[in-house]
Design a protein around this ligand. Structure first.
Ligand SMILES: NC(=O)C1=CN([C@@H]2O[C@H](COP(=O)(O)OP(=O)(O)OC[C@H]3O[C@@H](n4cnc5c(N)ncnc54)[C@H](OP(=O)(O)O)[C@@H]3O)[C@@H](O)[C@H]2O)C=CC1
Ligand SMILES: CC(C)CCC[C@@H](C)[C@H]1CC[C@H]2C3=C(CC[C@]12C)[C@@]1(C)CCC(=O)C[C@@H]1CC3
Length: 334
């Protein structure tokens, strides 16, 4: 049977580049683009079919920021496919980003300049709000919706003799300093993006602990700094044009400025080819691009521990119960 691959946030940026690369790799794939905007999903499908006319590309309506939409989409997946071989949890948002310009110029002339361009530590804040489920939107989109999707699709992930891979698009901006177990939705801070990405690193570790035996293997990747809708939302394009020469120069000293979605998808594509049992649960797989433009993937140990990972996993299971109850009660009232 052909491999089934589902990609969230597949209609643009790194997700779309991954789809292109996967189809070039394996013409037999059954590729499912899971997107919230069906117009953009159709456009992405047409683009993929232009370069791969024989490809089997399906669309799935999925808003990962809405628990109801996740449950509905998961039902649809179960009715369409007997199993899911690769589940790419790639959709993500960074709403209302603000750059601390003073910190940037201070960092630019310090020994921390490379780390600053790689992680954005101390540079970026966002303004978040509650979504219709009463959850913080960044947490709900980047983390919880994906967690719920994995929970719902468990019967399709890792069947007898067929291990499945779950891959989270995390970030180098996943920082322990932005995350707190007591405030795992990041209600009170100003770095919800960083917190949600750190949480995805923790959840991936917990999924491996709980589900490797059943054949579900979870990994996290960092695509590097890539020019996409997400990054264009951080600064006006005029600023990006000014910054580009600096970024090309910095690329001589650090390999994390991958810049194009194709390069950024390197680690996602690399993981597709690996035996799941050979992967390291505690490593983040980084897409890197050398000064000469060569792409490669490198594992780097994450700053995570079992205790925090297990505690967060427990809290997410609790929250899942609450959200499911809420949805059932609302359905009964209608
Ligand atoms: N660009 C970068 O430098 C980096 C990006 N990342 C991560 O890479 C991932 C992909 O982002 P990138 O390609 O850069 O940015 P894009 O904005 O191009 O892609 C994000 C994708 O996620 C989708 N999406 C957002 N919210 C939802 C939702 N509620 N339900 C379903 N889909 C949704 C978007 O759909 P729509 O078109 O409808 O908005 C879009 O397809 C994200 O997780 C991001 O955090 C990590 C590190 C660096
Ligand atoms: C104010 C300006 C003249 C220059 C600001 C530069 C910053 C916009 C960038 C420096 C490091 C970048 C970075 C990201 C966004 C843009 C920067 C902050 C990310 C946070 C984008 C999303 C990620 O997940 C990781 C990236 C790390 C580096």
């Amino acid at each position: 049977m052909e491999k089934v691959v589902l990609v969230t946030g597949a209609n643009s940026g790194i997700g779309l580049a991954l789809c292109e690369r996967l189809l070039s790799q394996d013409g037999e794939l059954r590729l499912c683009l899971a997107c919230r905007n069906m117009g953009r999903a159709e456009a992405a499908k047409s683009a993929l079919l232009t370069s791969h006319p024989q490809a089997r590309v399906d669309l799935l309506h999925l808003d990962v920021g809405s628990a109801r939409s996740v449950l509905r989409a998961a039902q649809e997946v179960k009715s369409r496919y007997p199993r899911v071989d690769h589940l790419y949890l790639n959709a993500g948002i960074m709403p209302n980003p603000k750059v601390d310009i003073k910190a940037f110029f201070k960092g630019l002339f310090s020994s921390n300049v490379i780390n600053m361009f790689a992680t954005a530590e101390g540079l970026l804040t966002q303004q978040d709000h509650l979504n219709s489920d009463g959850l913080q939107e960044v947490f709900a989109t980047n983390l919880f919706g994906h967690f719920l999707l994995v929970r719902e699709l468990e019967p399709l992930l890792g069947q007898e003799g067929h291990p499945s891979k779950v891959v989270w698009t995390s970030s180098s901006n996943a920082l322990r300093s932005a995350f707190s177990l007591e405030d795992f939705q990041h209600r009170s801070g100003t770095e919800p993006y960083s917190s949600s990405k750190y949480a995805s690193d923790l959840v991936s570790l917990a999924l491996n602990r709980h589900h490797n035996a059943q054949g579900l293997f979870s990994s996290v990747i960092c695509p590097g700094l890539v020019m996409t809708n997400l990054t264009y939302g951080i600064l006006p394009s005029f600023f990006w044009s000014l910054l580009m020469p600096i970024m090309w120069f910095i690329r001589m000293f650090t390999n994390t400025l991958t810049l194009t979605p194709y390069n950024g998808a390197e680690a996602l594509n690399w993981l597709f080819l690996q035996k799941p049992e050979s992967l390291d649960s505690r490593a983040k797989y980084h897409s890197l691009t050398s000064g000469l433009g060569n792409n490669y993937t490198q594992p780097r140990q994450m700053d995570i521990d079992d205790e925090t990972s297990e505690a967060l996993y427990g809290k997410l299971l609790e929250l899942e119960k609450v959200v499911r109850r809420q949805i059932t009660e609302e359905a009964e009232r209608q």
